[in-house]
Design a protein around this ligand. Structure first.
Ligand code: PLP
Length: 417
């Protein structure tokens, strides 16, 4: 029994947090948007900065007492600009979704046209999907991937841009396993006089580590989360050209948000510091190497992968030929300690709640220190579980093996106290 204040004041919540930490220690977390933040990032997130109100920007606040908060936010901005080579950074968005909304609000008027990647083809909800505020406030057309190779067809994007004349083009994805041609998108946007927003939420850590081309030189605005491959706290960030600085800052505050989450800003600064080290470069490289190894092993085991493989941190298994849905596969694997998520595949004949795909990735298990040898083992376990998804003995055996492996690779930020 621990004697921390939380355990004394609220043993119920403390026990749930302990249980979740234990789960994160014992399973293979393959959801590609998840990771392990470092102890330093967690410490900053849990700091007294949460007590302070700071509406406005450094040097121009609506509340007194900002000496330390201004310094924290300036440091986060300085590190973001240096790490990504950006002209301007805004570190206040509460997360990736509000970051995108702030961009639309800052650059567009209601009813303006947006061209973006559709959700079922790998895009994000906030790129104008019909049930979201972005889909209701703006006039949205969406491109998809080619049926033949499941890659974005840049000629098709150019054709749609000419016909639709959007004011903003969005590129970037949540479930796209291939390199995104930011330069090509910038050319298309320039040809039709549209702004380009590149949403690098999933791949920011890969960009920081130099293993995916950067959108920063090409896009008017780059949005990102800070908690996926970038391995920071749950948050968001916007990078942009100097020309858009005012529109973007106003889009965030007062356009969309109130007081910034200063504890998160501090943790973002810590994560940006960590991401500028040689160790992080090696991490990003290993994430991609591991994803390729996992994809190759799954292909050898007879699985179909959307687009035939991966260039980044994630892959989409098309389970159609295996006669199992993504949801059933995700549930069987979860019972075996292997955690991914059901996901639509391009041109999925099945409904979004029962899709044909499974999305997995390597950011979290690479943070644990696993390498190519472990990826082969993980692929073999996935194949064993999905060959007999109802077989509890197989699941129990794999779960035991998974736990034994996780014990050899302790997760960062979760050291047993
Ligand atoms: C995760 C993600 C977001 C949204 O981030 P939240 O922090 O969950 O709001 C936005 N865009 C893309 C491409 C994402 O993958």
């Amino acid at each position: 029994m621990s004697l921390t204040p939380l355990h004394r004041v609220d043993p119920e919540i403390a026990a749930l947090i302990d249980a979740e930490a234990d789960r994160q220690r014992r399973v293979l977390r393959l959801i590609p948007s998840e990771n392990y933040a470092s102890s330093a990032v967690l410490e900053a997130t849990g700091s007294v900065l949460t007590n302070k109100y700071s509406e406005g920007y450094a040097g121009r606040r609506y509340y007194q007492g900002q000496a330390h908060i201004d310094a924290v936010e300036r440091l986060a901005i300085k590190r973001a600009k240096a790490l990504f080579g950006a002209e301007h950074a805004n570190v206040q968005p509460y997360s990736g979704s509000p970051a995108n909304l702030a961009v639309y609000h800052g650059l567009l008027e209601p009813g303006d046209r947006i061209l973006s990647l559709s959700l079922p083809h790998g895009g994000h909800l906030t790129h104008g999907w019909k049930v979201t505020i972005s889909g209701k406030v703006y006039d949205v057309a969406q491109y998809g991937v080619r049926a033949s190779d499941q890659r974005i067809d840049m000629d098709e994007v150019a054709r749609m841009a000419k016909a639709f004349q959007p004011k903003l083009i969005v590129c970037g994805a949540s479930a796209y396993p291939r390199v995104i041609d930011f330069e090509g998108f910038a050319q298309i946007a320039a040809d039709v006089g549209a702004y380009l927003l590149a949403d690098m939420a999933h791949i920011a850590g890969l960009v920081a580590g130099g293993v995916h081309p950067s959108p920063v030189p090409f896009a008017d605005v780059v949005s990102t989360t800070t908690h996926k491959t970038l391995r920071g706290p749950r948050g968001g960030m916007l990078l942009c050209k100097k020309a858009h600085r005012k529109a973007i800052d106003r889009g965030v505050f007062p356009g969309l948000q109130g007081g910034p989450h200063n504890h998160t800003t501090a943790a973002i600064a810590v994560a940006l510091g960590e991401a500028s080290t040689p160790e992080f470069k090696a991490y990003a490289r290993a994430v991609v190497d591991n994803a390729r190894a996992l994809a190759e092993a799954l292909l050898s085991a007879g699985f179909d992968l959307v687009s035939g493989g991966t260039d980044n941190h994630l892959m989409l298994l098309d389970l159609t030929a295996k006669g199992i849905t993504g949801k059933a596969a995700a549930a069987a694997l979860d019972a075996a300690g292997i955690v991914g998520n059901a996901n639509s595949i391009p041109f999925d004949p099945r409904p979004p709640m029962e899709p044909s795909g499974l999305r997995i990735g390597t950011p979290a298990i690479t943070s644990m220190g696993m390498g190519v040898d472990e990826m082969k083992q993980v692929a073999a376990w996935i194949a064993a579980v999905l060959a007999a998804p109802e077989d509890e003995a197989v699941r129990a055996r794999v779960r035991g093996d998974v736990e034994a492996l996780c014990q050899r690779f302790p997760a960062p930020g979760l050291a047993l106290s």
